[in-house]
Design a protein around this ligand. Sequence first.
Ligand code: ATP
Length: 357
Amino acid sequence: MHIVVLPGDGIGPEIAGATLRVLDVLNARMGLGLTFEEHEIGLARLARDGSTFPESVLERARAADGVILGPVSHSDYPARERGGINGSALLRRELDLYANIRPCRSREGLPHYGRTPLDLVIVRENTEGFYADRTMHQGTGEFMPTPDVAIAMRKVTARGSARIARAAFALAATRPRRKVTVVHKVNVLKISDALFLKECRSVAAEHPEIATDDQLVDSMTAMLVRDAARFDVVVTTNMFGDILSDLASELSGSLGLAGAINAGDDHCVAQAQHGSAPDIQGQDKANPCSLVLSAAMLLDWLGARRDRADLRRAARAVDGAVDALVRDPATRTRDLGGALGTRAFTEVLCAALERGL
Ligand code: ATP
């Protein structure tokens, strides 16, 4: 199983290094046969090669069994013509990674910020919606007809909506509570979100065993704070999913604990929910859990598709080890109120895995 690792910008190299350490331990203990190939991307690559994400990197990612992608500081990149390519957006589009799966759960013993504990997964459509920079065949979905008027377009298709709904219902079928909540703003986006909702409802009709309801996105934010325990799988369009998942992961304890994958039918990219956190770059302060847990989700995705129970076991072992460490204030990183730096936390995580496997 060959994995391409792209550390990225900001805290990316620190948390990617931590993730590789953890995967090395799993490989050694469990004989998983994982092999790795690392490529520099982002601002460092721009300085060296004139592009933040050369074509050759895309080809290596396409050829791999999976990709681990660190955060990218794309808002600091120059224009595309001068080599500024958002690798995260490019991979989502080129590898057709239509499902961004973002679990958010509180962990025993670690304070959470909502009124209830939570254990939900946000299934975010990842290829269309309000992401005007990447949804069009040519040009972008943003333009200025006059200097004082700016227009952004939101793209919703029946195919895109149906396939993300199918991903959400398939996921809900594997979870004990078997429930899907569709989040939209159909009272305002009366055509585009009506289409999204219609497609979700027709997939729901194929799954009578799964309870389905829906929420307006604004009331959803209040519900997440008030009573997040009522949600299981949440399916929504691209930008609503992006915003809701930051809220839900922070409510669960910290954005630094939130793993995620971008998955399509043939490819999967592990990517932390948070950004490149330039404010703490190079200071050994980053919590590596989000990328480590994302990599564990990638192992689980590969295990399910390649019939490799050992990869799925490895993913559960990582999740369990994180649970055990964050329960104890002495083994928490700073974002969780602890004292451990990135490197020290990685070492206790590896030691916990070595003990437990
Ligand atoms: P982007 O626009 O790429 O999402 P951002 O700077 O707006 O980037 P983040 O990079 O996610 O957002 O950072 C938001 C805050 O959370 C920052 O204060 C950052 O230091 C903190 N943060 C993000 N990730 C981590 C992490 N892994 N460990 C500790 N703190 C983090």
